[in-house]
Design a protein around this ligand. Structure first.
Ligand code: FAD
Ligand code: NAD
Length: 367
């Protein structure tokens, strides 16, 4: 029989319960919090092991059980947002009555600070791989049917491969499948695919191995991490994105979400720093989006242009930023997101402070 109490004193006290019909077993998690959605819970089951990790504020609440009976591979997850209740409906393999749910596994029914929890991985299959630029590729991975996982906007996951007997892990930020397709709500259920834009470094440790994977091969994907909060979009009027190289990846979902879900948004501008024109990821999509949506503008800045380039040049600088970061009105609510190589991000943050933008107006994506 699964029993147990929460080990730690904390401001929140989630709990769980279960009930059954002839064909179904429903596990209910009561978070007792309001801001819970389908991004908040990650569910995996493998053989008889069932694992549901719920993110509640700065904590992670785990239900981890060795199930007493077999279940089918697929299941459904439902969230009743106004009461913070999560229902996971499992399908029994045989319609017998279960006397108990199962036995508690490691850390079952425990609440751990998010920063103290380890990473949990599941194997995802490579579905497609397409060239984007001369050194950047678009990868599509498929989650197993026995996993429910949605990567929140602004968060990254870790990919893991075993390379000559050693496990290598690197962080990557999932993107939407495009900037232009009809907007797909990121909290749609049954979101089985995760997309990545990844630069392959020929002398790198991880990316050449990733690039060597064949369609149908597997790579392990962790639970999401990161500290971007969707509340940063509240009442937002001006969104400025400063991206360098693959630092573009977190901007993709941020931009899609802001343009489609924030009614107060007046302007979204991307300043995209690259070495050469050939390095610009999704250039034509960005230009099409700017044409289609008058609120969006993109400016490319090249640090190693050819002589034909007549756009902006150089590294991130005070001159470039002060011209670019024009508010749509004196007191407009602004968010500036910045991501790229560390020296780029650090220099950018310094310049933004010099231009009198406050900490709350700046979000930097880092590891
Ligand atoms: P590495 O082995 O790390 O090498 C990278 C480059 O540095 C190579 O050119 C290599 O030759 C050179 N190098 C390595 N060691 C040295 C050294 N000692 N001296 C000089 N040069 C050296 N990347 C993406 O493409 N897409 C993403 O969406 C993405 N998201 C990220 C999210 C986060 C939160 C973070 C922190 C990083 C993200 N990255 C992303 C970067 C990614 O995690 C890897 O750092 C990147 O893919 C390189 O990994 P690698 O093992 O192939 O290369
Ligand atoms: P890159 O070497 O092609 O450089 C792109 C641009 O960055 C350059 O054109 C230049 O404008 C700027 N830049 C580079 N070095 C600079 C410096 N020393 N000072 C100021 N500006 C500089 O970039 P890349 O190979 O695509 O690397 C992208 C970086 O972004 C990686 O370090 C990766 O780890 C990071 N990244 C981080 C996250 C995250 O933290 N969430 C996500 C994606 C990528």
């Amino acid at each position: 029989q699964v029993t147990g109490t929460l080990a730690k004193e904390s401001p929140i006290s989630p709990s769980y319960d279960w009930f059954q019909t002839d064909s179904l077993v429903t596990i209910v998690i009561y978070t007792k919090q309001k801001d819970i959605n389908l991004d908040s819970v990650i569910v995996d089951h493998q053989c008889d092991t069932f694992r549901a990790e719920t993110i509640i504020k700065d904590y992670s609440y785990l239900v981890h059980i060795g199930l007493s009976h077999e279940i089918q591979e697929d299941f459904s997850v439902r969230v009743v947002e106004n009461v913070g209740k999560i229902e996971i409906v499992l399908k029994k393999k045989e319609s017998t009555s279960w006397e108990c749910l199962g036995r508690p596994l490691e850390n079952h029914n425990s609440l751990i600070l998010k920063k103290d929890k380890g990473l949990y991985y599941r194997k995802c299959q490579l579905i497609s791989k397409e060239n984007v630029t001369h050194d950047t590729k678009f990868f599509c991975l498929m989650l197993p049917r026995s996993t429910h996982l949605q990567v929140p906007i602004g968060q990254h996951v870790y990919l893991k491969l075993t390379i000559t007997g050693t496990e290598i892990v690197k962080p990557y930020t999932p993107v939407s499948d495009s900037l232009l397709s009809e907007f797909k709500d990121p909290v749609l259920p049954n979101n089985k695919y995760i997309y990545f834009l990844t630069k392959i470094y020929p002398a790198g440790l991880f990316t050449p191995q990733l690039d060597r994977l064949q369609i149908g091969d597997f790579v392990s994907v962790s639970n999401p991490e990161g500290n971007f909060k969707i509340s940063q979009f509240q009442e937002l009027e001006d969104l400025f994105l400063l991206a360098a190289g693959t630092g573009f990846t977190p901007m993709v979902k941020v931009l899609n979400y802001a343009l489609n879900n924030i009614p107060s948004l007046r302007k979204a501008k991307l300043m995209f720093f690259n070495k050469t024109e050939d390095d610009i990821i999704w250039r034509s999509q960005l230009e099409k989006l700017a044409y289609k949506d008058k609120r969006f503008d993109v400016e490319f800045v090249l640090s190693a242009p050819t002589s034909e380039w007549n756009g902006k040049t150089g590294y991130i600088s005070s001159g470039l930023l002060s011209e670019f970061l024009k508010r749509s009105s004196d007191k407009s609510k602004v968010l500036i997101c910045i991501c790229g190589p560390m020296p780029f991000t650090e220099q950018g943050i310094r310049l933004l402070h010099d231009l009198n933008f406050s900490k709350d107006e700046i979000h930097s994506f880092t590891g």
